[in-house]
Design a protein. Sequence first.
Length: 602
Amino acid sequence: MERLKTGAGQAKEKLGELQNAIRQQRVAVLNGSSREELAGYLQHWEKLVGELQKDMMLEKSMQLGLLYEAAHTINASLDWRHTLQSVMDAVILLTEAERGMLILIDENNQLQVELTSTNTGEEFTEEDVKFSYSVVEQTLQRGRPILTSNAQLDPRFQDSTSIVAYGVRSVLCAPLIHKGNPLGVVYLDNRARAGVFTQEDIATLGAFANQAAGALANAQEHKKTDQVLAEKIRELTILQEMARDLNTSLKFERVMERSISWAIAAAGAECGALGLIAEEGIRWVAHSGQIAPDTMSVLRSVYTHKPITDEHRMILPLLRDERPIGALYLLAEERGIRPHKLEFVRRVADHVAIAVENARLYEALRQANQAKSEFVSVVSHELRVPMTSLKGYADMLKNGKHGALGTQQREFVEAIRRNTQRMELLVSDLTDISRIETGQLSISPRPIAFNEALEDALDTVRDLAEAKQQTLSLEIWQGLPSAHADKARLTQALINLLSNAIKYTPPQGHITIRVWLSPEEPDFIRCAIADSGMGISPQDQVQLFTKFFRAADPQVREQPGTGLGLAITRNLIEMHGGRIWVESAVGKGSTFYFTVPIAMWA
Ligand code: ADP
């Protein structure tokens, strides 16, 4: 493009030389030159004009070549605006136009000025953007370039107000036509001078217009593909965000409410409702805005599995595995429904259907779990009463107040006592776990001495350890601050851990209880219960704190147990704000650690 400008610059130089010569001669004539002198000047002028014409022709054909070259690159160039702008600038120089515009027909069939160029290189002002509509319209109608030397006098435009209003004189306008379709025009004018454009300029501009039309059609095609692609990417991103949002919670109400907002947004609707199939037909479970769905149409859509769209509504069936589970009813009374959104909204509806189904399943599971916990709590309460009486009678028999017992009878009574105790433990563990699961178990923490809870727990388990000739040693820091804990529940956690240590450690084993403050967690008291027992494999350690888990080892299975103790203990510790963990090696022993918060105000 630089070469092109330089070429035009040389022609301008020649023109300048000629103008200078004419000016000089005019002075000479005014000073009274002779006929011979004047004839000499005339000769000189003719020579200059001839040279100039030759130069101009040469340059024009060279420039035309360059123009072609440049125009060809338009097609290959992604930055079509930039390239067209350069070519426009060149066309202005070549044709000596004052201004140039690339005017395109937009989607609404309106003329839009896309690019502008001036011979001074100055920016177009609002004032400059005015052009003759009659010339542009006639060019588009004829499908061929229009040249007028002086539009003011041209009979073709005598009715044109814009020509007069804008004082347009020379105009050259060429249509941009691609595969028979008019895309717009290239419009050149010179408001000051008449007769600026020549027939050759028509050829130059025509060539440019042809190339520009091809480039524009290409760019428009690209733009369309880009737009479709961008729309698809946008939709995918929305679907991803939506799936993430709907998956953050399984809470039924939230899922319904979020589903409805996503569907409204996707359809560009103003309000909407979500209904689920129920015995009575459709039960509307969520809505946004004032809406009274037309149930008949909804049922039609649900049972035909087909969406219904009209000017203002979109009804989509919610299907899971080809089975209708509900419907989305979307309204856009003001804006109107955009039918091309249907495909996307359908995909949103697919996601909604999955989320709704998951939330429903989860809700059903939650309710079943609740029912199970309630059942366990009723049953354990009902068991407790007869067990207390069994235990009481067994104690009475054992005391011998109602007659002495023989050795075998004593053994039987002892067995009844042991088993009622075992059942008692089971019932109390079941009650606790069901209360934890239904959120009915609460704790009342207050400042207490950790030692007191530990003493109570040791009182309960000491006999068990002695029966197995195990040693229990204590390492407790002096001057420990008070713990912020529910004493009964902390004691229960300690009993669970100590009785496990005793149960799963062979006779004559060692159990050590350590209580201290760790700099790692300065706001918590730490307690470790270490045993020299059978240990726990790494796989079992992972499941240890889940309810009903018991290691498969026969040594474990021969001990009485419910598999609930550690699950309850973990919940109790966590309810206090502490944590629990284990370190263990098979055959070497286990250490259970837990923390309880220090009472800050004590
Ligand atoms: P239970 O003792 O009633 O079986 P828990 O929930 O208290 O139930 O413990 C779960 C399982 O963890 C036990 O069955 C046992 O396999 C393992 N376990 C718990 N404490 C120890 C321990 N100190 N040493 C070895 N295994 C243990």
